[in-house]
Design a protein around this ligand. Structure first.
Ligand code: FES
Length: 113
């Protein structure tokens, strides 16, 4: 099964093929924002893929349009709700500050680590 490691949180999750990075975060309890509920309408699930980008689905034009409006975008940027794991292997992800801020705004009872 594909695995997603959230580097800064020291969380690693196994997920089924076709799962998104956001679904992996939710399964593993990693603090990734998801203000629009995963429908490619915000950029609060913005992550940086540090390893294993070739295992992911390609970014659609809609995803690229949303990323154009995100903060601190890099070559490795993806929307976690849109990037799906297409094959077995390990991907390593860093959650953007934008996404961490959104997550903790959405979950005020959780203590930021
Ligand atoms: S959760 Fe809004 S675009 Fe991913």
């Amino acid at each position: 099964m594909p695995r997603v490691r959230f580097a800064e949180q020291n969380v690693e999750v196994e997920v089924a093929v076709d799962s998104s990075i956001l679904q992996a975060a939710q399964r593993g309890g990693a603090p990734e924002g998801s203000a629009c509920g995963g429908v490619c309408a915000c950029s609060t699930c913005h992550v940086y893929v540090e390893q294993g980008a070739e295992l992911l689905s390609r970014a659609s034009e809609d995803e690229e349009d949303i990323l154009d409006k995100a903060f601190d975008v890099k070559m490795s940027s993806r929307l976690g709700c849109q990037a799906k794991l297409e094959r077995d292997g390990l991907i390593v992800v860093r959650i953007s500050k934008e996404s961490l801020d959104a997550y903790y705004n959405e979950h005020p009872a959780e203590v930021r680590k």
